[in-house]
Design a protein around this ligand. Structure first.
Ligand SMILES: NC(=O)c1ccc[n+]([C@@H]2O[C@H](COP(=O)([O-])OP(=O)(O)OC[C@H]3O[C@@H](n4cnc5c(N)ncnc54)[C@H](O)[C@@H]3O)[C@@H](O)[C@H]2O)c1
Length: 364
């Protein structure tokens, strides 16, 4: 009998292939099956000599995996969680975002808690050496008393904000948030597979007094140090004695009382996935080795994102943790209809429609 953890990967698109490769290449795991509803995607995964299926439940019940990994688009999270639990998986590894509404996020959390299933959410950028360097600098005390963390991304909310909040929370010692206040505009990306406002921004009050500031999407500033558009993300930690920042596609830098420092680093699936997957084995080996990307941590970040949406629609400060479930997506669809976002930079033209173009489109 194999002493490896059996894994199946469902959804063999871009991220499914990354996960399958990382599990396959790690000696602690046996890639026991892959699944996609699209036969072309299964063909593309032919290189993995493992069971192939177009039905996740059938595959999971046949394989009885230790780890049920799914990398589907965000609209079928609950269905996949139920499938994994039904098959008796010990750990579920899935992609951000946690869910599209707090109603679904709360349901997923309930299912995981009731079944006692471990879960991790793929906020794997934190394994980048530049991300870790900033964490080390913050933890060393070289920035003095931390008071502000600012995070920005060009990509839209359900793609990028999940990441930004996760790393902001990490740099802030996973301190709980007390409230948020936010604004949002632009209905262009509501029809995307990651349906989001074109632009959302706001503030977070953390329990330790640190101010979080986040902006995501069309109105977010360019990060000119980074060429690749999706990696135009900046997370800046400011303290009484200095600052440190990471750029997802452009290394890190810091200014402290002892000088100015900088170093390289770029988000890389090839580099970030192996340690992410290794930490899954460590957590399965020993309950004390809780994965840094554990569900509870991701859920705390997810609640902040949902609170941003509620504040943007309803106004005012939204208290955390959220007491009631809601359908934030429906709220956003109603609120954002007909609203347009101004672009912060021409760099965003490739992904967002400029206001004037949209008006021309409406007229023609
Ligand atoms: N962590 C990261 O750095 C990162 C980066 C990119 C994307 N993502 C996330 O990964 C997820 C997937 O993104 P992607 O770019 O790989 O998408 P993708 O469209 O390339 O792949 C999704 C796959 O799921 C398959 N699928 C859909 N329904 C299915 C079902 N019921 N059973 C089996 N397969 C099914 C589709 O056919 C498709 O092949 C998204 O949630 C996205 O936000 C994360």
């Amino acid at each position: 009998m194999s002493d490896k953890y059996k894994v199946i990967v469902v959804g063999m698109g871009k991220r499914g292939m990354h996960h399958a490769r990382a599990f396959h290449d790690n000696g602690r795991f046996e890639l026991a099956g892959v699944c996609d509803v699209d036969p072309a995607r299964l063909d593309a995964a032919a290189g993995f000599r493992t069971a192939k299926s177009r039905n996740a439940l059938e595959l999971a019940l046949a394989v009885k995996p230790d780890v049920f990994c799914f990398c589907t688009l965000p609209h079928i999270r609950t269905e996949m969680i139920r499938t994994a639990i039904k098959a008796g998986a010990r750990l579920i590894a899935f992609e951000k975002p946690v869910a599209l509404t707090s109603r679904e996020g709360m349901e997923i959390r309930k299912l995981l808690n009731e079944s006692g299933t471990k879960a991790v959410v793929s906020h794997q950028h934190r394994y980048g050496k530049h991300y870790r360097r900033v964490k080390e600098i913050v933890a060393s005390g070289a920035l003095g008393h931390i008071h502000t963390i600012y995070a920005t991304a060009s990509g839209w909310m359900f793609h990028m904000m999940s990441h930004l909040i996760d790393y902001m929370r990490w740099y802030n010692g996973n301190t709980e948030a007390q409230w948020v206040m936010a604004q949002a505009t632009g209905d262009g990306k509501l029809s995307d597979s990651h349906p989001s406002p074109d632009y959302i921004g706001g503030f977070i009050q953390f329990e330790n007094g640190v101010r979080g500031i986040i902006e995501c999407g069309a109105g977010a500033p360019d990060v000119p140090e980074v060429d690749y558009w999706w990696r135009k993300c900046r997370i800046l930690v400011q303290g009484s004695d200095g600052f440190a920042e990471v750029l997802t596609g452009g290394g890190w830098r810091a200014v402290t009382m002892t000088g100015a420092f900088a170093g390289p680093g770029c988000m890389s699936y090839d580099l970030d996935m192996p340690p992410y997957v290794q930490d899954i084995a460590r957590w399965l080996d020993d309950d004390r080795n809780v994965h840094p990307c554990n569900f509870e941590s991701a859920y705390a970040g997810f609640e902040i994102m949902m609170a941003f949406c509620r504040s943007a629609v309803e106004g005012g400060q939204v208290l955390l943790p959220l007491a009631q479930a809601a359908d934030e997506l429906a709220m956003l669809r109603a609120y954002l209809a007909g609203r347009t976002a101004q672009l912060a930079t021409a760099a965003h033209l490739k992904e967002y429609v400029r206001v004037e173009e949209k008006m021309v489109g409406v007229r023609s």
